[in-house]
Write a protein that binds this ligand. Sequence first.
Ligand code: 5GP
Length: 204
Amino acid sequence: MMQNSPVNQQEGARRVVVLSGPSGSGKTTLVRRLLQEAPVRLVKAVSATTRQPRPTEKPGDDYYFLTDAEFRRRLRDGEFVEHAEVFGSGFLYGTLRSELERAWKDAGWAFLEIDVQGALKVMQQYPEAVTIFLRASSPQEFERRLRKRGTEAEGLLQKRLAAAAEELKLADRYQHVVVNDELEQAVREICAILKAEEYRRNAG
Ligand code: 5GP
């Protein structure tokens, strides 16, 4: 059995995984699989947002749905680790510090599924965070998937495509870039990354 030194315990106590990638690329399914199957303890940091819940979403589970005023009050009170207005949607999204603490208290990795703007801020605050960028093999493949999903009006779809192209420019700021064309392969790759990171930290 590997023993943790006090230093490693300290580092281990602040374990953070950041996953970003354009929405509509199968990210939701992938995240669900990772939360179920990862070889390390992942605790999803539930984000706060000012957008409306979708019919299938549960408050406190998928997001904390806040009014604009409540979101801004919490922001002023310093409750957020990061926040961003995502792809010009006009809606705010943010990670509450209390969510990270909840994960760590639970001896887990805080798992953040956030956009690139938020991810860059988290990288500054937690340089030891494991960062993963999910991408399609090509812009054409990404567009094909987004159209197949068929949930977006053309205008919004164009907006998402433009946002995805912008996000892709920042992919090299992440430690790992994983191609998400094939779900099983992506799950396996990310599980291997997490296992290696857990091992590295425990081994000191
Ligand atoms: P959706 O509205 O489709 O659930 O999410 C839209 C985008 O918001 C996703 O790309 C997701 O990564 C991003 N997002 C979700 N939660 C957060 C958060 O707490 N902070 C930031 N910066 N982005 C978030």
